[in-house]
Design a protein around this ligand. Sequence first.
Ligand SMILES: NC(=O)c1ccc[n+]([C@@H]2O[C@H](COP(=O)([O-])OP(=O)(O)OC[C@H]3O[C@@H](n4cnc5c(N)ncnc54)[C@H](O)[C@@H]3O)[C@@H](O)[C@H]2O)c1
Ligand SMILES: O=P(O)(O)OC[C@H](O)CO
Length: 333
Amino acid sequence: MRPSVSLGVLGGGAWGTALAQAYAANGTPVRLWAREPEVVAAINAERRNPLFLPGAELSPGIAATTDLAELDDLPVLLVVAPAQHLGKVLSGLTDRPRDLVLCSKGIEAGTGRLMADVAREALPLAEIAVLSGPTFAHEVAAGLPTAVTLACSGGEAQWARLGALLSRPTLRPYYSDDVVGAEIGGAVKNVLAIACGVVDGLGLGQNARAALIARGYAEMTRFGLAFGARAETLAGLCGLGDLVLTCSSTSSRNFTLGKALGEGIGAAEALAGKLSVAEGAHTAPVLAELAEQRGIAMPIVAAVARLLAGEAPARQVVAELLARPLRAEGETA
Ligand SMILES: NC(=O)c1ccc[n+]([C@@H]2O[C@H](COP(=O)([O-])OP(=O)(O)OC[C@H]3O[C@@H](n4cnc5c(N)ncnc54)[C@H](O)[C@@H]3O)[C@@H](O)[C@H]2O)c1
Ligand SMILES: O=P(O)(O)OC[C@H](O)CO
């Protein structure tokens, strides 16, 4: 039998809503904090989130609130705020021992920190886990089969608390203790998805996209290993798995942003007025900077950062990538 203690979800965007639905629909009461009063009202009164997850019918087991204090006593919180706002959201909670399951994918601009470091500073008593993988929100909300990495900083003891709690017949976590690897996989793939969207927008074909996925994965691996990730983590659901998903579909906001850039729309225009977040746009500059500081070759990431900064049009950026000196495929630096 599932425990009757509620799960808390911080964030009423598409992913927070989908996770809340996955757990509430399968018998766990969920308290969901959303920033927007209209999201809270729509979830509680109509069982919908038209702003961020239109089309999904939500379980009555989700109780939404704009008051973060209503989640403060819960032992397990899924944190689903966009990466650039995660620290601010967590600072509204009391520091106490609890499991914080980070579900956001990104690197903090300005500090270069991964989300686990942001969370540890905000709430030092919490034990951190990272839930990440190929997970389009609308598919999870619809109960379609999905598998994720659940990386536990507390190792197997934390997995023993969270594994069964966060598993459902169609939502299957795989255990890891590589929190850094899980985070880097999710953050880097968003930037690479923008690159794949650019290739699509320019009409450069499927060969080019496959090349970008493979060479992008080489960049993810170089960066990850330099920052302490394990190669096997990056080859798993939260790395390669998510990279393949996000680089292959206009269901991805990052891919769609890249496609617009490839079609000649400027970054500012492509992002203007968007309620939903394309994390790669925020991660690309800070990731490119971190890579440059550490001497890690990430030409695709650097190209995306240049494109987003408006430094060169898409065709020129692609031409520059193709004109780089020839090198060995397995080169690690
Ligand atoms: N949507 C997906 O399929 C999916 C899947 C896996 C992971 N993620 C990750 O989950 C995170 C959240 O994405 P999403 O898709 O749920 O969001 P979304 O794009 O659907 O919605 C944007 C979210 O940003 C929040 N927001 C905007 N300004 C804010 C502020 N100043 N402070 C706090 N929150 C603010 C909004 O309240 C809303 O919840 C991202 O890191 C994303 O990469 C998303
Ligand atoms: O829509 P995107 O590009 O933010 O991707 C959503 C998820 O991260 C896919 O796993």
